[in-house]
Structures are given as structure tokens and as C-alpha cells.
Design a protein around this ligand. Structure first.
Ligand code: FES
Length: 575
């Protein structure tokens, strides 16, 4: 049985509840806004960290949804206060939102620490906002509940369903091959993003929102609700009500995030056919919680769990269909025998209790374990002399002939050079070649941009080739697909073996045995290493310089070295 906190034990009591000059100042400022004792006295202060922004259309509705959260907080006897945080709008932030994930994590943590906050509602959804907010909340250690923005509605063009990202790549290649017109392309531009909400394929956003739910950090079913559905504001208000009780019960993230909960999340990730990006984020979140988690765990679980969600890019449908099919609770029921059902969640109940009674309503969207969408795992972690600390691939979204392949390399030192070369009609390339891009990693990108779905050379696209092996130390959007090997660690920019690959070398990839091998003699690799010079840091000053000095490699979750260690940080002095 949990002991409920008393009002004097609230963190905010130090700001508002004592009788001194500073508390007088704090209370007088609340009164400045028109609040009275009845509004705040002895009540949990709930910080609503909102990543709404005018330039993040995945989060357009979060401005209104914050009001729904506040409604719930007030109903439950809390005092809501909204704290805006950087939004990390995936389409617009360059060179990559990944450069700023840790900055959002720091901002979330320090917003909570520096203000009189007792509990947090975290509002995000667009790719890096989910891990950024959760990483910050874990490190701060206050009771926290995640409110996912939810996916946008299905796209539409000429009566065909369009999925964000995935169909942009697909029709771009059709346009390059001359199979659709400029007019078609413009119409697709207007139809592919029909409403507010996150990407509605199983990209990084949908994957990370599902992982947040599987970890027990959202209300049951929250991650599947489309942004435009009336159930979404109802979920927001319910989260507002729930966080108040979580504060009284001191239900902090450390009680929820266990190794078993992380395993549940990885199992769900695999069954969803989730984004490869999730590996980096889940490793980072685990490290913040003090739990050791290596990439090999993803590989182990991927061998056990087939893909069950028939959602693009591994499958056929979109997140709106997934919701109508029963949503994440129904998918988790399919996995029930493989999950640790006793894990605690933000509801105060177990994950098993949260999913009890959920049903699949559309078998073509959520498959049973006995008839999966794909037996190829959603993630394979390969190692070898080209990637001593690992690299990842999504076999379920790749052409099967490329899962065992040896081919000659075409190597590029930087993206711009590659982008020009692949458009050449006289490029010496065949479908069996392997395209290699260097300097796309955490330090090299910088920020490990989503460059990893390297473009297929135009000459091959015209011949009808739609997949070939591609290798880089970059990441790939979860909406992307193809035989792309990503996250090669250590990255080339710091002298990882990828730096020494040359055009004409041969690389062998064997996904079933999880092996990747550069067929160049050790002595020759050593000779190339000795001649190699590390490029200058990308940024001479500012956040970029701080980032470059402290960023970890992909297998470590790309967290800053000074953020990952555990240890108490003192509460701020109030004088
Ligand atoms: Fe925001 Fe894809 S652009 S989720």
C-alpha cells in the first residue's frame, strides 16, 4: 500500500507554503495573475511541458490540448502551469532534430528542476520530442505522464491512400523515372499531410509513442488515438486528472522503468515493425534510468518477435487503420504470452491490467503471432570488421535478395558529392553495387541526420531498380525503407573502419548470421588508417561545439557524457 504525500511534502511547498520573504514574493506573483489561495494552496503544481510551435504541424493541436490537460488537472485538485519547450519539428529543423534531442532533454529536466513543479505532463510526439522529454523527466525524477500527440489522418491522392514519408520517397522515384507527371507530384504534395498530428506510418514518431505506452508512461491506448479524434482531448484531460494522483502517490519514473518494462517496449517495437531510430532512443532512456541495455538485446528480441502490425513501411495500412483495428492495447494482447505483465504503469496498475479485454477488430491490420506480417525481424544488429560496435538494419522493409549479398562498393565522402553523382546517367553502377556514405554519424553529420536511405542512382531507377544495399553511419527516417544499413559504429568521422572504405572494395553482408565484412586485408586497412586525417570539428563554437565534445556514439544512445551518469542533483536553493 502506498503512503500518500501530505501537502507540506510537496516540492512546491518550498516556494509557496512557507512563511518567509521569498514565499511572499512567489505568492504575490500568483496573485498578480488573479489567482487566490483557493487556486494553489496545498495543491500539487503540475508542469505541462508543451512542445507546441507555430512551425511544428505535428503539434498544431497541442496548444488547445494543453487546455484539456489543465481541465483535468483542475478537476483533480491540482494547479496546472504550462511550460513551453523547444519543439524539434522534424521537417524543418536542420541539419537534424537529433542534434537537438539532448538539448530538449536538458531543457525539460531543468524546466522541472528550476520551477515549483510537483509533477509533469509531457506533451510531444514528433520524432525526437518523445525521447527528449522522457529522458529529461527520468533524470529529474518527478512523477510524469506522457501525452502523445497522435498520428494525423490518412493521406489521399486520386482515391489512393498516401502515407507520410514512405509515399514521398516512393513517388519521388516514380517521378525520377518519368512515370508520374509534375501535376501528379503537386497533387500528392497537397494530399499527403491532411491534418494535424504526427506522421501516420510506423515512423519514428508512431514507434516512440508506442514505446512510451509499452513502457507504462502513457494512459492505456493513448498512443494510437489519431490527433484529430475526439478521443484525443478526452485522453489529455484524463492525463491531467491522473498526474495529480501520481504526485500524491509519488509514482516516479524510476518505479516504472525497469529492465522488464524496457524488454516489453522492445518487444512491442519489433511487433510494430518500428523505426530503427528507436534503438538509439531506448538505449539512451535506459541509461538515464540506470539500466544497462546494449544493442544486442534488440537483436535477441527481434529473433523472437515477428512483425504483427501491417502498417507502412513494413506493411500496408496506416496508423488510423491501426487505431480502428484496436490500437496498441490489442496488439499487446497478441503478444501477451511474451510480455512481463506485472510491470507498473502510470495508472498505478500493471500493464497486464491496462491491456485486459482489448480485442483486434481488423485481423488484416493487426495479425496474430501464428500468422505474422513478416517473420523477418524488424531490426537486425550486425557486427564485423566494418562495424565493430554494431550497425542496424530493418530486414522487414528490405528486398529479400539483399539480406545475403556481396558486392563492389561505390563510396562517397559527403552527401552533396553523392547527391550529384547518383544523378549521372553514365555512373558505373549495377543493382549489385553497394553504395557507402561516410561522415553522416553523430559527430560527422553532425547530429546523425536521416540520410541513411541513400538515393538509388537514377540510371538504376530508370531500369526499374527499387532497392539496393546502402551503408552509412547516418540514421534513416522510420518512414523510409529498403536495404539500408545504418548507425555504423564507431562512425567514420572519428576514425571508425567505415572511414577507410574505398570505391572498388567489396563488402559482404549476411543478415541471417548478423555479419558485415569489408573484404580488405588487415594490413591494407592499417595502411589506410595511418594515412587518414580526422576532419576538423564541424562547429567552432556554441551548442554545436558542446555537442561535438560530449556526444556518444550510436551504440551508446547518443547521449551527452555529462547527462547519462546517475547521481543526485541538489534541489535549487531558495533565498
Ligand atoms: Fe513530425 Fe513525422 S514530421 S512526426
Amino acid at each position: 500500500m502506498t503512503t500518500r504525500k501530505r501537502p507540506q511534502e510537496l516540492r512546491s511547498h518550498r516556494w509557496f507554503g512557507v512563511s518567509d520573504l521569498r514565499a511572499f514574493g512567489h505568492r504575490s506573483r500568483l496573485r498578480q495573475r488573479g489567482y487566490d489561495d483557493a487556486d494553489f494552496s496545498g495543491k500539487p503544481v503540475i508542469g505541462i511541458i508543451n512542445t507546441w510551435s507555430d512551425i511544428n504541424f505535428c503539434h498544431t493541436h497541442l496548444r488547445d490540448r494543453a487546455e484539456d490537460v489543465k481541465r483535468g488537472v483542475l478537476q483533480a485538485g491540482g494547479f496546472p502551469t504550462e511550460l513551453p519547450a523547444m519543439s524539434l519539428s522534424e521537417p524543418f529543423v536542420k541539419p537534424s532534430t537529433m542534434l537537438y534531442r539532448n538539448l530538449l532533454a536538458m531543457e525539460a529536466e531543468e524546466l522541472l528542476r528550476s520551477h515549483p513543479i510537483d509533477g509533469a505532463v509531457l506533451m510531444g510526439g514528433c520524432d525526437k520530442t518523445t525521447p527528449g522529454l522522457i529522458m529529461g523527466a527520468i533524470s529529474m525524477g518527478l512523477p510524469s505522464i506522457y501525452v502523445p500527440a497522435g498520428p494525423m489522418l490518412r493521406g489521399n491522392w486520386h482515391g489512393q491512400v498516401l502515407g507520410s514519408g514512405s509515399d514521398a520517397w516512393k513517388y519521388w522515384d516514380e517521378k525520377r523515372a518519368g512515370r508520374i507527371t509534375e501535376q501528379d507530384w503537386q497533387e500528392i504534395e497537397s494530399g499527403i499531410a491532411r491534418s494535424f498530428g504526427t506522421c501516420m506510418v510506423m515512423g519514428t514518431a508512431a514507434t516512440m509513442m508506442a514505446i512510451a505506452e509499452a513502457l507504462g508512461l502513457t494512459l492505456p491506448g493513448a498512443s494510437s488515438i489519431p490527433a484529430a479524434d475526439a478521443g484525443h482531448p478526452r485522453m489529455c484531460a484524463a492525463a491531467g486528472r491522473r498526474i495529480v494522483d501520481m504526485v500524491w502517490d509519488d509514482l516516479v519514473p524510476q518505479k516504472i522503468l525497469t529492465s522488464a518494462a524496457l524488454d516489453n517496449a522492445i518487444r512491442v517495437h519489433m511487433a510494430m515493425g518500428g523505426s530503427t531510430n528507436a534503438i538509439i532512443h531506448v538505449v539512451a532512456m535506459a541509461r538515464r534510468a540506470g539500466i544497462k541495455l546494449g544493442m544486442n538485446r534488440f537483436d535477441e528480441i527481434s529473433r523472437e518477435i515477428p512483425v504483427l502490425a501491417n502498417v507502412r513501411p513494413s506493411g500496408q495500412f496506416l496508423m488510423e487503420d491501426f487505431f480502428y483495428a484496436g490500437g496498441l492495447r490489442a496488439l499487446m494482447v497478441q503478444l501477451k504470452s511474451l510480455l512481463e505483465l506485472s510491470c507498473l504503469t502510470v495508472t498505478g496498475r500493471s500493464i497486464g491490467e491496462n491491456i485486459a479485454g482489448a480485442e483486434v477488430y481488423k485481423r488484416e491490420v493487426i495479425h496474430p503471432l501464428s500468422d505474422p506480417v513478416s517473420r523477418e525481424g524488424a531490426t537486425a544488429v550486425l557486427t564485423g570488421n566494418l562495424a565493430p560496435r554494431g550497425c542496424v538494419m530493418k530486414p522487414s522493409a528490405a528486398d529479400k535478395r539483399l539480406l545475403r549479398h556481396r558486392g563492389k562498393v561505390i563510396a562517397f565522402e559527403d552527401y552533396n558529392h553523392m547527391a550529384l553523382e547518383v544523378e549521372r546517367d553514365d555512373l558505373d553502377v549495377t543493382p549489385d553495387h553497394i553504395v557507402v556514405l561516410k561522415n553522416g554519424g553523430p559527430k560527422g553529420g553532425p547530429g546523425m541526420p536521416e540520410w541513411g536511405m541513400l538515393p538509388i542512382p537514377k540510371k538504376l531507377v530508370k531500369q526499374g531498380v527499387r532497392d539496393m544495399l546502402r551503408i552509412s553511419d547516418a540514421r534513416m527516417s522510420g518512414t523510409s525503407y529498403g536495404a539500408c544499413i545504418l548507425h555504423v559504429a564507431p562512425e567514420s568521422f572519428v576514425g571508425g573502419p567505415l572511414a577507410f572504405v574505398k570505391t572498388g572494395d567489396e563488402i559482404e553482408v549476411d543478415v541471417p548470421t548478423r555479419r558485415i565484412h569489408l573484404h580488405v586485408a588487415d594490413e591494407e586497412i592499417a595502411r589506410r588508417r595511418a594515412a587518414w586525417k580526422q576532419p576538423a570539428p564541424r562547429y567552432p563554437r556554441g551548442y554545436g561545439a558542446l555537442y561535438s565534445q560530449h556526444i556518444g556514439q550510436a551504440d551508446e544512445g547518443c547521449d551527452f557524457d555529462f547527462l547519462a551518469p546517475l547521481g543526485p542533483i541538489p534541489e535549487p536553493e531558495i533565498h
